[in-house]
Design a protein around this ligand. Structure first.
Ligand SMILES: *[C@@H]1O[C@H](CO)[C@@H](O)[C@H](O)[C@H]1NC(C)=O
Ligand SMILES: *[C@@H]1O[C@H](CO)[C@@H](O)[C@H](O)[C@H]1NC(C)=O
Ligand SMILES: *[C@@H]1O[C@H](CO)[C@@H](O)[C@H](O)[C@H]1NC(C)=O
Length: 212
């Protein structure tokens, strides 16, 4: 009984100290600064927190310009994909050092994924050119530049989906090696993240249609 109440006492002390510590930290901080333009623009995207969180550091460059917003989104997505490309190349090297550590299927899928990520990067470069062309193009050319940019970013989403489809291996036995399972989990999580960024970019580029 004594032990129980002592435990309860300590437990409550921990909670109370915890709360007051958190409270003092919060009260000493400035309220979060919200960039309303970026916040509002991100509403059209599927992953709004990623959208806002990644674009807010480009606030000065964006400066309430939807074209700059789209360029920044493409650029951020491209940066993410370059990182993933490096990760995937490192995995390929790891496999090459000991080909018996994974099933051949995993090695083959990694090759497809690397190819798809590089293709997605090319698509983003193309979309960037189209969006940049909007800066001082004739009014009559706007729609076709936006349309092309939408097609390129859409293709970048599809390419990454192809990598994921390969790993979903419906019908084929999965790679049960330790390394094989690690690789699959890693690729899924990285492609999921970059696809979320790319999907957001697609929404932002599409929304150029309705801005002037
Ligand atoms: C694009 O990203 C690179 C880094 O990946 C950065 O150096 C550059 O300033 C960015 N450009 C724009 C317009 O955001
Ligand atoms: C290669 O991987 C297999 C399976 O994990 C392991 O048994 C073997 O020791 C590894 N060989 C080398 C040279 O690391
Ligand atoms: C990534 O995974 C989360 C959680 O499973 C999911 O909600 C989200 O839609 C996925 N993103 C993409 C682009 O599929």
């Amino acid at each position: 009984m004594a032990k129980t109440s002592m435990f309860l006492f300590l437990f409550l002390v921990i909670i109370v100290v915890g709360i007051s510590a958190t409270g003092s930290i919060l009260s000493n901080e400035d309220p979060p600064i919200i960039n309303k333009y970026i916040w509002r623009s991100c509403k059209v995207t599927m992953y709004q927190r990623i959208c806002y969180g990644s674009l807010v550091s480009y606030a000065t460059y964006i400066d309430e310009d939807p074209i700059h917003l789209a360029i920044a989104a493409i650029n951020i997505t491209r940066g993410r994909l370059i990182q993933v490309n490096n990760n995937f190349l490192a995995i390929k090297n790891t496999i090459a050092r000991n080909t018996s550590a994974v099933e051949p299927m995993t090695a083959a899928i990694m090759d497809v994924c690397i190819e798809m990520v590089e293709l997605a990067l090319d698509m983003l470069d193309e979309s960037d050119k189209e969006v940049e062309a909007l800066v001082d193009c004739k009014e009559g050319d706007k729609a076709s530049h936006i349309n092309n940019a939408v097609l390129w970013v859409g293709a970048a989403v599809t390419d990454q989906g192809t990598c994921l489809d390969e790993f979903s291996n419906d019908g084929t036995p999965p790679d049960l090696s330790v390394l094989g399972k690690h690789i699959k989990t890693f690729v899924f999580s990285r492609m999921n993240t970059t696809m979320s960024y790319t999907s957001n970019t697609l929404s932002l580029v599409k929304s150029l249609e309705s801005s002037d």
